[in-house]
Ligand binder design. Structure first.
Ligand SMILES: Nc1ncnc2c1ncn2[C@@H]1O[C@H](COP(=O)(O)OP(=O)(O)O)[C@@H](O)[C@H]1O
Ligand SMILES: [Mg+2]
Length: 233
């Protein structure tokens, strides 16, 4: 299957095989690429868990990384309606602060972002099925937003199963898997190319690129790995 990163502005929901596998890196690369092409791109991380106190405010790395790449600046209350202090599973972090994550509020923030931009790149939280409260999870949020999904696969032992299960869950929600990205989180991984091939053969979506272990994990460096036309066969 050929590389098919769209040339036009596109909104998407970025999910991944796990946490800490490169969702923020790839999401910021997609924001960066579109901004470079002159599009008005907003980035959202609707739910973020884990903050540090910097420059007089509570900050979250994902939120700040995405905001730095966006060409549309939006208030953080819009891009991240739910920012929790604890670096824990979101439903736990929310409960610790007595907050109930409200799907309609997320949707309303997304609509406001969309109204002010050509495209909105939304990063999920953790993997695709992470709970947000007792009756709502990340997959429901992707479904509510009705966005095509980009799957980031953290290339390490076990990722084939994680990638295929995630692709199955995305299809079950009736969402389109727009593309996937192989991110070389473990540069020592044996048979990485064979693993990429195995996933490519079983996932009905184009591989948008392979990001190597980068010396500097910047949006620009990752974007360069996605923008060059590639073939996975
Ligand atoms: N290809 C890569 N090369 C170097 N560092 C990477 C790469 N992918 C991810 N990282 C680093 O690994 C950490 C987790 O990546 P991140 O994009 O935040 O993952 P996630 O959003 O899935 O939790 C970050 O510090 C990031 O800079
Ligand atoms: Mg992230």
């Amino acid at each position: 299957m050929n590389h098919s990163l769209p040339g036009h502005a596109f909104s998407c929901f970025v999910t991944g095989t796990d946490t800490e596998i490169g969702k923020t890196l790839v999401a910021s690369a997609l924001v960066y690429l579109q901004a470079q092409r002159g599009h008005r791109v907003a980035a959202m991380k609707p739910i973020a868990a884990g903050t540090g106190w910097r420059n007089g405010r509570w900050c979250n790395d994902d939120v700040d990384t995405l905001a730095a790449c966006a060409s549309v600046a939006l208030p953080q209350q819009i891009t991240t309606p739910y920012l929790f202090k604890a670096a824990a599973a979101p439903h736990i972090a929310a409960r610790l602060e007595n907050v109930l994550i409200d799907r309609l509020h997320i949707l309303s923030c997304f609509e406001q972002a969309r109204a002010q931009s050509d495209a909105v790149v939304v990063e999920g939280v953790g993997g695709f099925c992470v709970p947000l409260n007792d009756s709502y999870d990340t997959a429901d949020m992707a479904k509510d937003l009705n966005l095509p999904v980009i799957l980031v696969v953290g290339m390490r032992l076990g990722c084939i199963n994680q990638a295929l299960l995630t692709a199955e869950a995305i299809a079950k929600r009736g969402l389109k898997l727009m593309g996937w990205v192989a991110n070389r989180v473990d540069e020592q991984m044996l048979y990485a190319q064979e693993n990429i091939q195995a996933i490519a053969q079983r996932i009905d979506a184009p591989l948008w690129g392979t990001v190597p272990r980068l010396e500097v994990a910047s949006a620009a460096a990752a974007a360069a790995c996605l923008s060059a036309p590639i073939s996975n066969h």
